[in-house]
Design a binder for this molecule. Structure first.
Ligand SMILES: [Zn+2]
Length: 325
C-alpha cells in the first residue's frame, strides 16, 4: 500500500493467473470518510486482502462509499460484500444495468457473448462461458447502487470529482475527475505497459474503438497531472502515453487491413493474423479464456474500419465474413 497523493492510497490486489497481473484499488480518505474505487475479483483470497486494507486504513463502512468505474468483474466482483457492509455504491447507469445481467448463466449477457463468439467464427475453438474470467469471478447476487452518470458530482472532503464519460473499453465506463487538482481516476481507459482491451459490444453499441479514440482525445485536452489507472504502474507522461495508445491502434488497424488483403474473412481468421503480446506461439496455444478478448478486439478494429467505409460484412451460416470495399 502507498500514499500516491495526499489522502489517496493505492492498494495492489493480485489477479492470479490473469495477464493483467494485479488491480490497483484506490482509497480516498478525508478524516473518517472514505471513498473506495473498484473492488477486485470475487474470490476468497481477494476478500481477505480487502478486509486487511479496510482495517489498515480504518475504513468505517457507515461513513464510506464505493465507486465502480465499469462493469468488468475485476472491478466489481466484490460489490455484494461492500453492499452487505452498508457502503453507499455509486456506478454509471449504463454499466450497472449490464452488470446486473452477469448473474444469470442463461441471461442476456452471457447468451450475447456466446452469440458474438459464433458470429466471430469461434465455434471450432469450443470455448465455454464457465472458463470466462468475467463469468467465474462475477458478483453472484443483486446489489443496490446510486446512479452517478457523466456530469454528476461526487465530493469527499476537499476532493470534488466530476464523473466523466470514458466509454469505449466498456459501453459505460466513467472516471472521476478533480479539475482543481488535475486528478483523474480513469479505470482501464489508459494503462501503462499494456494496452486496454477494446471489444465488440454488439451492433447496437456500434464502433467502440471510435468511441475510445474520442475519449482518449478528450483526456488529452484535460492535461492530467495525476492519472490513477486500474492496472500496472502509475503513468507520468499522460499525453505521451495517449499518443502511444493511438499509435498502437493505428498499427493494428493497418494489420487488420493487411489481413483482409491476404484473404482473411472471418473475425477469427483476422485475429490469427494480428500480432499479440502473449507468449503463445500460435492460435492453438492461445489460452482459451484469452481467445474471447483477442477476437473481440480484432472485431472492434474491423467494425471501426467498417464505420470508416473501408470494409463491409455479409453473413454466411450465421458467421460474419468481412471484405474490403
Ligand atoms: Zn476493464
Amino acid at each position: 500500500m502507498s500514499e500516491v497523493y495526499k489522502g489517496i492510497f493505492k492498494v495492489e490486489i493480485p489477479l492470479k493467473g490473469n495477464p493483467l497481473k494485479y488491480i490497483n484499488i484506490y482509497v480516498i480518505k478525508s478524516e473518517d470518510e472514505s471513498l473506495i474505487v473498484d473492488t477486485g475479483f470475487n474470490t476468497e483470497e481477494i476478500l481477505e486482502l480487502t478486509e486487511d486494507y479496510m482495517k489498515q486504513l480504518n475504513i468505517v463502512p457507515e461513513k464510506s462509499s464505493l465507486y465502480l468505474t465499469h462493469l468488468h468483474s475485476d472491478h466489481t466482483g466484490l460489490v455484494n460484500y461492500f453492499d452487505n457492509l452498508g457502503l453507499k455504491i455509486y456506478m454509471p447507469d449504463v454499466d450497472a444495468k449490464l452488470l446486473k445481467l452477469f448473474r444469470e448463466r442463461y441471461g442476456e449477457h452471457w447468451t450475447n457473448i456466446e452469440k458474438y463468439g459464433y458470429m466471430q467464427g469461434l465455434e471450432e475453438d469450443d470455448l465455454k462461458i464457465e472458463d470466462h474470467p468475467g463469468y467465474k469471478f462475477r458478483p453472484r447476487e443483486d446489489f443496490n447502487y446510486i446512479p452517478k452518470n457523466p456530469g454528476d458530482i461526487l465530493t469527499i472532503g476537499n476532493f470534488n470529482f466530476k464523473i466523466i464519460d470514458l466509454s469505449g473499453h466498456t459501453p459505460g465506463m466513467a472516471g472521476l475527475y478533480d479539475e482543481g487538482k488535475s486528478i483523474l481516476f480513469c479505470g482501464d481507459h489508459i494503462l501503462g505497459e499494456i494496452t486496454p482491451n477494446i471489444q465488440f459490444w454488439g451492433f447496437d453499441v456500434g464502433d467502440s474503438l471510435g468511441t475510445y479514440f474520442k475519449n482518449l482525445e478528450k483526456v488529452k485536452d484535460l492535461n492530467i497531472k495525476h492519472l490513477f489507472s486500474s492496472h500496472r504502474t502509475i503513468i507520468e507522461d499522460v499525453n505521451g502515453r495517449i499518443d502511444e495508445l493511438l499509435e498502437h491502434h493505428d498499427h493494428r488497424l493497418r494489420e487488420t487491413v493487411e489481413a483482409l488483403e491476404k484473404g482473411a474473412e472471418t473475425v477469427r481468421d483476422v485475429t490469427k493474423q494480428l500480432q499479440w503480446d502473449i507468449s503463445a506461439k500460435n492460435w492453438d496455444e492461445f489460452p482459451k479464456s484469452q481467445k474471447w478478448f483477442a477476437a473481440g478486439e480484432a472485431h472492434a478494429h474491423l467494425e471501426h474500419l467498417r464505420a470508416k467505409g473501408v470494409c463491409n460484412y455479409r453473413y454466411n451460416d450465421g458467421v460474419l465474413h468481412y471484405k474490403l470495399t
